[in-house]
Design a protein around this ligand. Structure first.
Ligand code: NAD
Ligand code: UD1
Length: 343
């Protein structure tokens, strides 16, 4: 009973590998390394003391997927593989539809052929679009404001259609809020290539001197200090939510064969609160200046967490200080990510 983890060499996937291995599951990782370095999997082995089976392959290669599912005797899939940069998705939407939508369709076809009918899917709070109310409950209307978000919604719809067509399929759609942090060993973490788009990696690179200052996008939102508020969640909490979802699906205890659930803390922090928390954790000054609002940004976004607590018996436990401390520990131990550090 092996779990196939697509995109398992990436940021969230590598943390998920640790959590699943520590819970006693056998795993195989399939990743095309388009946004990852396989050193992450050596680190997973170092943390867990277990070897990680790895297949360098693309989810769009259906024949290869079928061979891997059969060879390892997989019973379930945790599906992280995909492209995730919002700006890039507006410049090259075809790459997003191909990787995310076509890739997931091929993965599902391979699963159907091999009789593997359980999947956890990485969705995003981006599917809620502009919040009509807060906190966001799972039945909040969905909409997409960019191609990336649209691929997530299309995949969610695909899963709901397949689940409705055949009750033997089991899907857990997990809508992440803002994953940050790193494993507390400092051996694995987020390793963005180029200029980071997201707040936490950017702050980190100001703290370690790679960037001169942070641009704070917008200072006149209707929030407590005028800057955008988000629900940041420690990546270790996030992947523990995946383990719980996997167990609920596998035990047949889910109320339906396709559920969508938020993974967030329920608490929002502003950009300036994040800056101050990171200063505390790193003992460094984070220089910043205000810049215009970023297109497509909402003022405030945070999760309603009751469904995750009820359905998964899961709740995020790590606080903002832990998120900043673990991020800083990872960066200090790996100043250039995985590229220049020994395996
Ligand atoms: P990541 O880029 O670190 O991980 C994705 C992994 O998938 C990478 O290792 C990449 O090499 C691999 N990959 C991409 N396309 C592939 C393909 N066609 N075939 C095989 N492997 C492929 O990103 P992450 O932050 O770990 O995100 C994982 C998932 O969670 C993504 O689906 C992302 O959209 C979703 N998500 C992430 C966030 C976030 O803030 N990080 C928020 C919401 C949802
Ligand atoms: C972004 C994506 C979202 C995706 C998520 C995870 C957009 C519009 N949204 O979410 O679809 O699911 O990343 O990949 O891109 N900020 C700054 N300066 C920076 C970077 C960010 O002030 O240099 C602010 C933003 O305006 C926002 C907050 O920090 O208020 C968080 O931004 P970010 O980390 O990019 O996450 P989201 O915008 O929530």
């Amino acid at each position: 009973m092996t779990v196939l983890i697509t995109g398992g060499a990436g940021f969230i996937g590598s943390h998920c590998c640790v959590t699943f291995l520590e819970a006693g599951h056998d795993i195989v990782v399939l990743d095309n390394l388009s946004n990852a370095n396989s050193v992450s999997l050596n680190r997973v082995s170092a943390i867990t003391g277990r070897k990680v089976a790895f297949e360098a392959a693309d989810i769009r290669d259906q024949a290869r997927l079928e061979a891997v599912l059969d060879q390892y005797g997989c019973s379930a899939v945790v599906h992280f593989a995909g492209l995730k940069a919002v700006g890039e998705s507006t410049k090259d939407p075809l790459a997003y539809y191909d990787n995310n939508v076509v890739g997931t369709q091929r993965l599902l076809s391979a699963m159907a052929k091999c009789g593997v009918r359980q999947m956890i899917f990485s969705s995003s709070a981006t599917v809620y679009g502009e919040p009509k109310y807060l906190p966001l409950t799972e039945d909040h209307p969905t909409s997409a404001v960019n191609p990336y978000g649209r691929t997530k919604l299309m995949i969610e719809d695909m899963l709901r259609d397949i689940a409705a067509s055949d009750p033997s399929w089991r899907f857990g759609i997990l809508r992440y809020f803002n994953p940050v942090g790193a494993h507390d060993s400092g051996l694995i973490g987020e390793n963005p290539l180029g200029i980071p788009n997201n707040l936490m990696p950017f702050i980190t690179q100001v703290a370690d001197g790679r960037r001169a200052e942070l641009s704070v996008f917008g200072k006149d939102y209707e929030t407590r200090d005028g800057t955008g508020i988000r629900d940041y969640i420690h990546v270790t909490d996030l992947v523990e939510g995946h383990l719980r979802a996997h167990e609920v699906l596998a035990s047949g205890a889910a109320p339906s064969n396709c559920f969508a659930v938020n993974l967030g803390t329920g608490t929002g922090y502003s950009v300036l609160e994040m800056v101050r928390a990171f200063e505390r954790a790193s003992n460094k000054e984070i220089r910043y200046s205000f810049a215009p609002r970023r297109d497509g940004d909402v003022a405030e976004c945070f999760a309603h967490t009751a469904m995750a607590e009820k359905l998964l018996n899961w709740k995020a436990e790590r606080d903002l200080d832990a998120m900043c401390r673990d991020t800083w520990n990872w960066v200090c131990k790996n100043p250039r990510g995985y590229e220049t550090t020994a395996a």
